[in-house]
Write a new protein. Structure first.
Length: 619
């Protein structure tokens, strides 16, 4: 069933999974294991069934699903080489907590409970090592990315005119920063096994398994047509990169139809994820028409890449290696200008942002970042866009909102037109972007990743009672801060993100009041006319009060959001009002000063240094 290369790989994986065990103990453990082969689509275990064994993944890829209360199962994690699965069953009699299905042909080893109990009687170190693994997993479960890095990635051209070989070589070079990468095409297989690589046989599959065991990343370059080799690439892949010229007609390619759509029936949950990679010329100012590409194929993600720009290829490599940097920007009115100061500090320290998301004013700043324009230009555009108070056009008849919202809409239109052009979609941004709104009609949080960008930003910033709500798909939407003003959890769950940087704008100093009753309007007015230092009643102004009330629930989630950040920023903006639009430059500088202080901390420098230069251990 297995070859010497799998045996060698297993020894390395056991040493990594169980820690520093002596050679005799490892040999003893090795003798208790049983090899298990799974075909793509086959279930390893099902939620609720009795558990009597654990597994260690040697090659292939699996996906874990959890269902409850009659709801459709949801994917909670992808599992690749080296993952330990079902280990709790060795200690308890609890049923399986998840259903685990193979995405493609996978090879594992099984340790049954009976053998485990005999093993720890003879060598207690095995039980101690496995317990250490379980404790570590439980301690880090909240920061573990749900998507394991794909080892085998098929590159499938779906338009004419793309240089697949050059793209694969460039991506492999960038992936080489994180581990051992290689490129395989039909000619390489034929040369290696001395057979027709177009024929799917056991020898070819075995050789590909051996290549996989020796590398961290394997890029399978498919043919330009739906040949048997192209089908072979799709069958072996953890993920399939659909490579397309963005300027071409977004039609479904024959390879997609015959190798993906028409592949043998299998549960949708067991299919390898398809990633659309749209290629652009280096001088393209901004993508357009992405929605038409996405409407024709069920992709899990899409990326815009200018192959001539190293930074674009490096970003794709980081995301495919699950080493991407995600930046989350909280809402907070004019305080959101501080995010631009943070960006300046990150750039000075060489930190590249690969994906960005936010809520309310944070969503606006995040969208500007996702445009991938030079930061000085972005800052100038934002300064000009918000030069005129965007919340100063009050309604004479406030039937739905105190503010008409026309100034804010004009500000957004000006900024986006300058950076990405008119009528851009969320899908058309160079960097992956999301924002959060509140669905008033459904009483729920709404994640926005597709559709008109300007409308999404207006929805995310539509403070209830202050700004008019926005209608999207028949639902009434308003400011996302009501549910999730600092959406770190959504970034942590995204494919490709390995490091999350969060910028929170909440204020934490609670101030006790030294009076028992709120004064009447005339007493309060007289108090407001006094100099600030002599005021008796320290109460917020009505607009600030309304703004803060809308994010109280989000504020209660702040601690969890902060814990989910790898690097956390919270600039001291207590003296900056939510509507202090005229203080643009001062707020930007406050954000920059605070960011420099955080980035100067040794532990933060070490984390970012390890991230930028991370390379996997030899396998």
């Amino acid at each position: 069933m297995t070859g010497g290369y799998h045996d060698r790989l297993l020894d390395e994986l056991l040493a990594r999974a169980f820690g520093e065990l002596d050679a005799a103990t490892l040999s003893l453990l090795r003798g208790q294991l049983t090899w298990v082969e799974l075909a793509g689509g086959q279930a390893l275990m099902r939620q609720g069934e009795a558990g009597d064994s654990m597994y260690l993944s040697v090659s292939g890829r699996l996906r874990a699903y959890v269902g409850q209360d009659g709801e459709a199962p949801r994917m909670v994690r992808e599992l690749g080489r080296g993952h330990v699965i079902g280990e709790m069953s060795l200690y308890t009699d609890a049923p399986r907590s998840a259903t685990v299905v193979a995405i493609r042909d996978s090879l594992l080893v099984r340790l049954d409970k009976a053998q485990f109990l005999q093993l720890i009687e003879r060598q207690a170190g095995v039980g101690v090592a496995l317990t250490r693994q379980i404790v570590h997993r439980l301690q880090t479960e909240h920061v573990v990315a749900p998507f394991a890095a794909p080892v085998v990635q098929a590159i499938l051209p779906i338009t004419a005119g793309v240089d697949v070989a050059a793209f694969a070589a460039g991506l492999a070079a960038q992936l080489g920063r994180f581990g051992r990468a290689c490129v395989i095409d039909a000619a390489a297989v034929q040369a290696a096994v001395g057979a027709n690589a177009a024929v799917h046989d056991r020898e070819v599959s075995r050789w590909l398994d051996e290549v996989e065991s020796a590398h961290d990343y394997v890029l399978l370059v498919a043919d330009a047509a739906p040949t048997p080799w192209t089908r072979n690439c799709c069958r072996h892949a953890d993920e399939v990169l659909l490579l397309a010229d963005a300027a071409a007609v977004p039609a479904v390619h024959a390879s997609e139809t015959q190798c993906l759509v028409s592949r043998p029936p299998r549960a949708q949950s067991a299919e390898a994820a398809e990633i659309l990679v749209l290629l652009h010329a280096a001088d393209v100012p901004a993508p357009r028409g992405t929605a038409a590409w996405l409407a024709r194929r069920p992709v899990a993600e899409h990326f815009h890449v200018r192959p001539a720009l190293d930074r674009d290829m490096a970003r794709l490599a980081r995301l495919q290696a699950r080493r991407g940097v995600g930046l989350v920007l909280a809402g907070g009115g004019a305080r959101g200008f501080s995010h631009l100061g943070l960006l300046r500090a990150l750039q000075r320290h060489g930190v590249e942002v690969d994906c960005v998301g936010g809520t309310s004013m944070g969503s606006v700043m995040a969208a500007l970042v996702a445009c991938d324009q030079p930061l000085p230009r972005v800052t100038d555009v934002a300064r000009e866009a918000f030069r005129l108070n965007p919340t100063g056009d009050f309604n004479l008849l406030p039937l739905i909102s105190l503010i008409r919202g026309r100034r804010l809409r004009a500000s957004l239109d000006r900024a986006l037109a300058n950076l990405v052009g008119e009528r851009a979609g969320i899908e058309d941004l160079w960097k992956p972007f999301y924002c959060v709104a509140t669905n008033y009609s459904q009483a729920s949080e709404l994640l926005l990743t597709h559709g008109p960008l300007e409308r999404a930003l207006r929805a995310s910033t539509a403070i209830p009672g202050a700004l008019p709500p926005v209608v999207i798909d028949g639902d009434l939407l308003c400011d996302g801060g009501s549910f999730n003003n600092f959406p770190v959890d959504l970034m942590r769950a995204r494919r490709g993100i390995g490091c999350v940087i969060g910028a929170d704008l909440s204020l934490h100093k609670a101030r006790k009041l030294d009076f028992d009753e709120v004064p009447g309007p005339w007493a309060l007015l007289r108090d407001r006319l006094r100099p600030r230092g002599r005021r008796r009643y320290r109460l917020p102004a009505l607009p600030a009060y309304l703004l803060n009330v809308t994010i109280l629930y989000s504020s209660s989630r702040r601690r969890a959001a902060q814990a989910a950040c790898d690097v956390y920023f919270n600039p001291p903006l207590e003296r900056v009002g939510l509507l202090a639009w005229q203080r643009f430059d001062a707020i930007v500088e406050q954000g920059h000063t605070h960011a420099e202080e955080v980035l100067a901390r040794p532990e933060v420098q070490a984390l970012l240094r390890d991230h930028r230069h991370y390379r996997t251990e030899s396998r």
